[in-house]
Design a binder for this molecule. Structure first.
Ligand code: PLP
Length: 485
């Protein structure tokens, strides 16, 4: 034991900290040495770990050695430039440093009073991002609305639904009703993210009143079908409570027609939440701001800098046009949290804008990212990903054995081999087992579809070329061995 008791001395902290930064830098530099997808069998990682915690403290060097020995083989390398699976969850040097600083400061920003900088920097970043993406002023903190950082788009959807539910309960006709929530109907396209169904359950609404609206040939919500569903529900005495319009669906980056959805939702008093989890980032490019058409009529909006904006998980930007319903839904003030600043009504207490009480200093990493790249840098890298995706899509379209399965408005290419579902599933396994690339799949129009999602920080033309080469070579090899169905 030393002067600090059992704590890490500050000299040791410095030494290990420098070593850890070196380790992370080398990891990212050398990441292509690893297979993209984890190769371990279920249970392997736990088998390597001692059954019980240590009685005596251990040396940090041994911990880092165990990261190499135990953790590394059990990783899927999301920052690998040949990671084309799901949607990206990219990061960058400034973001990692911002995250580290947040841990180093260790503040908890539940109230303005518990760390004014944590709240005010966050408010400021959310206002900055309105400028960055050309989003409407109704979300600016200086008006009735405002933004907050959530951990995820799922939480944003849940908070939007809790606010929408609150708005229903507050209608003159429903005020004091025994259970106004029982009649709440919620709408989203059949391609909306599963977090909508989850939010309905968590909010205690009736899951049978979640209407999954059919989509058109491009997988976008059909506004006429949405209008019909609203009319039917109103006639049945139900309350159209919230519609989720998706800008960039998870399966295919389809873009729901927000203006036409707003035309139905707004007169019906139905809360319009826009989920642009991945796609929102594209609007750093002025030529892509059309994706946000209609958002100026939305009650709430979210996108994830933790997907495509070089900001590591977790970081979702959630905006409301009028914060009052959200605060009514989520604000509970026990005596032990009361303080003069909150009582004055002049400050934001973000604990009232989210489900948990406590909150991290997430705005630091965003501040670092935005200042490091500037609008110019973010636009450059997003345009590069879009260019790479367009090039990949062109190759698919030109190949006699492959076809595009959906339009490519952004950085996701949905495609398939013409030989059918079983062939495509086997092709995907073969590619991912090789460790050279990682892609995932979905189903569109009932057909097994491969997804190539291009948005990793270090992905370049070379990686996309190599991916296409792997795909075509693997398919040809399968063809040669008669695996075509
Ligand atoms: N919404 C959409 C459109 C998504 O694509 C995703 C994830 O891919 C989510 C919501 C959920 O995101 P999160 O992990 O931030 O909850």
């Amino acid at each position: 034991m030393h002067d600090d008791g059992f704590h890490l001395s500050s000299e040791a902290f410095r030494a290990h900290g420098h070593a850890l930064i070196d380790w992370i830098a080398s990891y990212l530099d050398d990441i292509e040495q690893h297979p993209v997808r984890a190769t371990v069998e279920p249970g392997w990682v736990r088998e390597q770990l001692p059954a019980h915690p240590p009685e005596h403290g251990e040396d940090f060097g041994r911990m880092l050695a165990d990261v190499e020995r135990i953790v590394m083989p059990g990783l899927t390398h999301w920052q690998h430039p040949s990671f084309f699976a799901y949607f990206p969850s990219n990061t960058s040097g400034p973001s990692i440093l911002g995250e580290l600083l947040s841990a180093g400061l260790g503040v908890q920003g539940m109230l303005w009073a518990t760390s004014p900088a944590c709240t005010e920097l966050e408010t400021h970043m959310l206002d900055w991002m309105l400028d960055l993406l050309g989003l409407p002023d109704r979300f600016r903190s200086t008006g009735a609305g405002g933004g907050v950082l959530q951990d995820s788009a799922s939480s944003a959807t849940l908070c939007a639904l809790l606010a929408a539910r609150e708005r229903v309960a507050d209608r003159p006709a429903d005020r004091g009703a025994v259970d106004p929530y029982r009649r709440c109907a919620v709408y989203a396209s059949e391609h909306a993210h599963s977090s909508v169904a989850k939010a309905v359950r968590i909010a205690g609404l009736d899951p049978s009143l979640l209407r999954l609206i059919p989509s058109d040939d491009d997988n976008a919500m059909r506004p006429d079908a949405f209008a019909d569903a609203v009319t039917r529900d109103q006639q049945a005495g139900l309350v159209p409570t919230m519609v989720v319009a998706t800008i960039g669906t998870t399966s295919s980056t389809a873009i729901d027609p927000v203006p036409a959805i707003a035309e139905v939702a707004v007169p019906a008093g139905c809360w319009l939440h826009v989920d642009a989890a991945l796609a929102g980032t594209a609007a750093v490019c002025p030529e892509l701001r059309w994706i946000h058409d209609g958002v100026d009529r939305a009650d709430s909006y979210c996108f994830n800098p933790h997907k495509w904006m070089f900001t590591n998980f977790d970081c979702d930007a959630f905006y409301v046009a009028d914060r009052h319903a959200l605060l009514r839904a989520l604000s509970v003030t026990p005596e032990y949290l009361r303080n003069p600043a909150s009582d004055s009504g002049e400050v934001i207490d973000y604990r009232d804008w989210q489900v948990p009480l406590g909150r991290r200093f997430r705005a630091l990493k965003l501040w670092f990212v935005i200042r490091h790249y500037g609008e110019e840098g973010l636009r450059h890298h997003v345009r590069e990903h879009l260019r790479l995706a367009a090039g990949f899509a062109a190759r698919v379209a030109d190949h006699p054995d492959f076809e595009l399965v959906a339009p490519v408005p952004l950085n996701l290419v949905c495609f398939r081999h013409l030989a059918g579902d079983a062939f495509n599933a086997a092709l995907l396994d073969r590619l991912n087992d090789s460790g050279s690339v990682y892609l995932t799949h979905t189903r569109l129009d009932g057909r097994y579809t491969l997804r190539c999602s291009i948005g990793q920080t270090r992905t370049t033309q070379r990686h996309v070329d190599a991916a296409w080469e792997h795909i075509t070579r693997a398919a040809a090899a399968m063809d040669a061995t008669g695996e075509r169905g």
